[in-house]
Design a protein around this ligand. Structure first.
Ligand code: ZN
Length: 411
């Protein structure tokens, strides 16, 4: 078939990622890598029968390619710590990233935003994908996350102090190919960091945001405590990741004032709901848990129920959630984005809202909604075909049959 031939993709149901109403018996007409028309096949089928090729998925559902706004391509998802991961040579991490990118794409993720990787590893992976050496989703890359000395993810290679170094780090990352800036506004699992304490000063965050925004780049902030959320909001970040309301002593305390500030600033929260649950499920799977493991199970269960409660309250207040897996961090392997989409239905999102949070809203949060995230005329032909109807059962989102990236079936 010549590349220029049109493709007519027919489904039983078409979910466009934008509207809450699916199109029954919907179809998509593609020219090269672009969506030409969507609608019922009677209307959009070209009159010249030789000008197009039919892809008949009339017992399946067509959706936009999924947009995972939070991945760590360097990761293994086998429970090892980031501190251990960062000891591996860049060459190994780049190869692991290639493996993850491939699995992610084949599972239906056609756009993935990497939120922190070592040195140049993800930039090199993108070069390899662009040269056709390997396959992967469209990548939106931060490169190294910006951290304070000893802060979360500082082992990836970007530790800064003070406004000048913050500004320099942004400029350096953009020079190397960063599409957005990731900062760790609090500590995290990194051994030398303090999870319940803020890392940067508000002034430093403001400098990073000003410099990034000057070049049209968005800033996302890892925040696992309330002070870090507060500083990030005051500093002007565009997205809060994790968004845990924790006091400096680690105790949970819901903060309606910060929730209201998030709503007023109209920014997305990437809640990473499934991450802890994956660790919990893995522990429960083992037989004969040790005493330490039993304690860990209890702690994870308590953390998860607080998490759900806080997310439900944020959702009720009007916070916009965007789906990003945080895989392959800790135990959560890439290629299972559906688990985070399913988890969003446990904090009050309907199946269609969860799908939108993993497609168009995620694309908006990543600043790429002019190109991807929904099935719309003029956008890139990134589509997935799934068996069953995910609106009846959201778990069906994992039953991926075919993935189209740039109009080409990759599996
Ligand atoms: Zn992360």
């Amino acid at each position: 078939m010549p590349d220029s031939k049109l493709k007519l993709i027919q489904g039983n149901l078409l979910i466009d990622g934008k509207s809450t109403n699916p199109i029954e018996k919907g179809a998509v007409l593609i020219k090269n890598n672009t969506i030409l028309e969507i609608g019922s096949p009677e209307i959009i089928t070209p009159s010249d029968k030789n000008s197009f090729e039919i892809f008949d998925f009339s017992d399946k559902t067509i959706l936009p390619g999924l947009v995972d706004c939070h991945v760590h391509l360097n990761g293994f998802g086998d429970g090892r710590t980031g501190d251990d991961l960062a000891l591996l040579p860049d060459e190994i991490l780049t190869l692991q990233s290639a493996k993850n990118a491939r699995e992610s794409l084949l599972s239906g993720v056609t756009t993935a935003r990497d939120c922190g990787a070592k040195n140049l590893t993800t930039f090199m992976l993108r070069k390899a994908i662009n040269q056709g050496i390997t396959i992967g989703p469209r990548l939106i890359l931060s490169g190294r996350a910006i951290a304070i000395i000893g802060g979360h993810l500082s082992y990836f290679g970007e530790e800064v102090t003070g406004n000048d170094e913050c500004r320099a780090a942004v400029r350096q990352l953009i020079k190397e190919g960063s599409d957005f800036i990731k900062i760790t506004a609090t500590g995290g699992s990194t051994a030398t960091s303090y999870p319940w304490r803020p890392s940067f000063t508000t002034e430093e965050i403001r400098t990073i945001c000003e410099e990034a925004h000057k070049f049209g780049k968005l800033v996302s902030a890892h925040c696992v405590s309330s002070e870090g959320i507060s500083n990030s909001l005051d500093g002007g970040v565009d997205q809060i990741i994790h968004c845990l309301f924790r006091e400096p002593d680690g105790s949970p305390k819901y903060r309606p004032d910060l929730t209201q500030k998030i709503i007023d600033k109209n920014i997305f929260v990437n809640a990473t709901i499934h991450q802890g649950l994956e660790s919990l499920n893995n522990l429960i799977l083992y037989q004969n848990n040790t005493k330490e493991e039993k304690n860990a199970i209890k702690k994870l269960q308590e953390e998860h129920s607080v998490r759900l409660e806080h997310c439900l309250r944020m959702k009720d207040a009007g916070v916009k959630f965007v789906c990003g897996s945080d895989a392959s961090w800790q135990q959560y392997k890439l290629g299972q984005f559906y688990k985070e989409i399913v988890a969003h239905t446990t904090i009050g999102l309907s199946p269609i809202e969860s799908i939108i949070s993993a497609t168009l809203d995620s694309a908006i949060a990543c600043g790429v909604d002019d190109q991807v995230g929904s099935i719309e005329k003029g956008k890139k032909a990134d589509l997935i075909i799934v068996n069953g109807n995910p609106l009846n059962n959201i778990e069906n989102i994992k039953n991926v049959d075919t993935v189209f990236l740039d109009g080409i079936a990759v599996n």
